[in-house]
Write a new protein. Structure first.
Length: 165
């Protein structure tokens, strides 16, 4: 397990702003957190190079892009040995329709969140990912009827960090 990054109150304030809108100009961030723009720039660069900020992306609406179905897929395996799961893991990692994948405890081994345009596209996806893999015991599909909340926002108020403020 990785050790949490050493973050101070300025870093957390900057991250909070960037999680809301990562296109916020650095001068605006600087005013909001009471630092100079160059100091904010250095902190953002450090947060990126340390991996705290993993990516700067646009969050798209899959419905408006013709991908109205969100499906949660549970995958149950025969064996969890790395040599038996490597192929499945590689297929999942390269599949664009898979938005999230978690290796989980409990009855299932993997939980995937998938966006597709139609049930036919979902069937094709399960064939690409699962068909012919003798390590897949079974899978279960849940179709989302609606979305109460989606996002990747990390709750910074509960993040353990070494404060130097």
């Amino acid at each position: 397990m990785t050790t949490p990054a050493a973050l101070d109150r300025f870093d957390l304030a900057i991250l909070d702003i960037l999680q809301t809108d990562n296109t916020t100009p650095q001068r605006v961030i600087a005013q909001a957190v009471n630092l100079s723009a160059p100091a904010v720039q250095r902190r953002i660069q450090r947060l990126q190079s340390s991996g705290v900020i993993r990516a700067n992306v646009a969050v798209l609406d899959p419905v408006k892009l013709g991908m109205p179905l969100t499906i949660v897929l549970e995958i149950h395996l025969e064996n969890e040995r790395p040599d038996r799961t490597a192929g499945l893991r590689a297929r999942i990692a390269t599949e664009d329709a898979v938005q999230q994948c978690y290796n989980v405890t409990g009855e299932a081994d993997y939980l995937l969140v998938v966006n597709v345009a139609s049930m036919a596209d979902y069937e094709a996806l399960t064939q690409r990912l699962l068909e012919g893999d003798d390590n897949v015991r079974r899978f279960r599909t849940s179709v989302a009827l609606g979305s109460l909340k989606t996002g990747m926002r990390v709750p910074l108020g509960q993040t353990p960090f070494n404060s130097s403020s």
